[in-house]
Design a protein around this ligand. Structure first.
Ligand code: C2E
Ligand code: MG
Ligand code: MG
Ligand code: MG
Length: 286
């Protein structure tokens, strides 16, 4: 019986794994097709200044409506794109589209674009950024590139050179999901970030487990201020979280409390009606 169970388990796992590999292969093919046929789109989530309560920019977030499976999260398909090499053309499309959209906004506010560590490691990134800016006529200071701590896993001279070249183009750099990666502080000393984005996991529990998460957020804010960097608290959903985060001194806030990501047309409409005035969820449901 033991042998039978073992075989059963083995068969179960191998068919699971086969299904997963098959699944991924199919998704990769579908993603390749989606990219070629304009089935991907960007949505934009407001980032709000704590001091002025104005929208200072929007973060571009990639969306994919799969014809059969419906909406697939970027947390699922970005890793597939990274493993298959599709992240190159995909990342280029995101960067060019976000720059072109932002150049058409009514206000001259920023657009933040997520850059995969794989994209960051490719030698062509600075020239791609330059080309996207030139084609869209977007001012470099209006573009903010969001990079996670994992770029430092392959920390070498190439990483430093890429930072220096991007900085010399005049774009802004943000360190995304801070506190969730391997969090060595050494790179904060030498890397020219303009902003630290505090991961949602600290923000989300900040009200309930106030002392611990609050202490961590406060420490990150102090560190960022001492280094001359802004901070964005990610993922604030409630008025209580908003109040707490403002108290802790984060310079910017991004989260459902100030709005979910909007499609380009909705951004334009919002700008026409409200300009850069930030509204919390309660006021938006009109
Ligand atoms: P991220 O860059 O940290 O983006 C923030 C994520 O938090 C987004 O999820 C956003 O919709 C979500 N979020 C914002 N406010 C709230 C909130 O109040 N509550 C909750 N529960 N969630 C909130 P999304 O759009 O699913 O993206 C997930 C991740 O996928 C992003 O995390 C980023 O790492 C990656 N990603 C998205 N678009 C791109 C892209 O164009 N290129 C690359 N390389 N990665 C992307
Ligand atoms: Mg981001
Ligand atoms: Mg993040
Ligand atoms: Mg993230």
């Amino acid at each position: 019986a033991a042998k039978g169970d073992g075989r059963g388990i083995h068969r179960f796992y191998s068919s699971e794994m086969h299904a997963n590999a098959e699944d991924r292969r199919q998704l990769e093919e579908d993603l390749r097709h989606a990219l070629a046929s304009d089935a991907l789109y960007l949505v934009y989530q407001p980032v709000v200044s704590s001091t002025t309560e104005r929208i200072t920019g929007y973060e571009a977030l990639l969306r994919w409506n799969h014809p059969v499976r419906g909406a697939i999260s970027p947390a699922v398909f970005i890793p597939i794109a990274e493993e298959s090499g599709l992240i190159g053309p995909l990342g280029e499309w995101v960067l060019r589209t976000a720059c072109r959209d932002a150049a058409q906004w009514i206000e001259d506010i920023r657009v933040a674009v997520n850059v995969s560590p794989i994209q960051f490691a490719s030698p062509g990134l600075p020239s791609l950024v330059m080309s996207a800016l030139a084609a869209s006529q977007l001012a470099p200071e209006r573009l903010e590139l969001e990079i996670t701590e994992s770029v430092f896993l392959n920390d070498d001279d190439g990483t430093d050179a890429t930072f220096a070249r991007l900085k010399s183009l005049g774009v802004r750099l943000a360190l995304d999901d801070f506190g969730t990666g391997y969090s060595s502080l050494g790179y904060l000393k030498k890397s020219p970030f303009d902003k630290i984005k505090i991961d949602q996991s600290f923000v989300r529990g900040a009200v309930v487990e106030s002392s611990r998460n609050g202490a961590i957020i406060k420490a990150i804010v102090n560190l960022a201020e001492a280094l001359g960097m802004d901070t964005t608290a990610e993922g604030a959903e409630t008025q209580d979280e908003l109040a707490l985060i403002r108290n802790l001194g984060c310079s910017h806030i991004q989260g459902y409390v100030y709005g979910r990501p909007l499609e380009m047309q909705e951004v334009l409409e919002r700008q026409r009606i409200h300009g850069t005035v930030a509204l919390t969820e309660g006021f938006q449901s009109s």
